[in-house]
Design a protein around this ligand. Structure first.
Ligand code: FAD
Length: 170
């Protein structure tokens, strides 16, 4: 069982077919935000069944998932679907609220980088998933962290700052 209608949901549904004999994709609307190629690929996969206009009202089961209580978003009609597991794939929301008054964010809410790891504020550097809506991996975030640390160190040097003083001023 997989929930969502964007690229994330389709990507994850395809991945799950490696382990599951059947993957049901549930989506509250009848249109998908995902790219056409992802939707087509899922539709051609015999292990994936797509259920549009379907809302999840309850996950059933005590110690283990046994199914879902679903309702049709158009008619309100309820039904129970047996399932061995539930995976929610409704995309990513970057945790950038705290920075929005200070740093530039793109349309999806990710921080915008200017040259290497620089933000638009001198001395503030950006690294990791807060700016990366494409890869979002531990190794890419760690690489970013290393780059930002080097840039920060060089910036401190350029300012003639060699000691660990408190520089933050929010
Ligand atoms: C379920 C799951 C599975 C994953 N599996 C893999 C995988 O197999 N391989 C892989 O490479 N990647 C995987 N990832 C992605 C990987 O975890 C991330 O890409 C990586 O952790 C991003 O690192 P980051 O430092 O940018 O952000 P984070 O690891 O999210 O670190 C951000 C830190 O900032 C802290 N923070 C947030 N707000 C504030 C605040 N206001 N003040 C102070 N601190 C704050 C948070 O507590 C957190 O410690 C997975 C992610 C998830 C969710």
């Amino acid at each position: 069982m997989r929930r969502g209608g964007g690229d994330t949901a389709f990507e994850e549904a395809s991945y799950l077919t490696r382990f599951a004999s059947k993957v049901h994709m549930l989506h509250r609307r009848d249109e998908f935000r995902a790219s056409r190629i992802m939707v087509d690929r899922a539709k051609q996969n015999p292990k994936i069944e797509i259920h549009t206009n379907t809302a999840v009202d309850e996950v059933l089961g005590d110690e283990k998932v046994s199914g879902l209580r679903l309702s049709d978003t158009l008619t309100g009609k309820e039904r129970v679907m047996p399932a061995d597991g539930v995976f929610i794939a409704i995309g990513h929301k970057p945790n950038t609220e705290a920075f929005r008054d200070w740093l530039e964010v793109d349309a999806k809410g990710y921080l915008v980088i200017h040259d290497e790891t620089n933000s638009r504020i001198e001395g503030v550097f950006i690294a990791g998933d807060v700016h990366d809506h494409r890869y979002r991996q531990a190794v890419t975030a760690a690489g970013d962290g290393c780059m930002a640390a080097i840039d920060a160190e060089r910036w401190l040097e350029s300012q003639g700052i060699h000691e660990a003083n408190t520089l933050t001023a929010w």
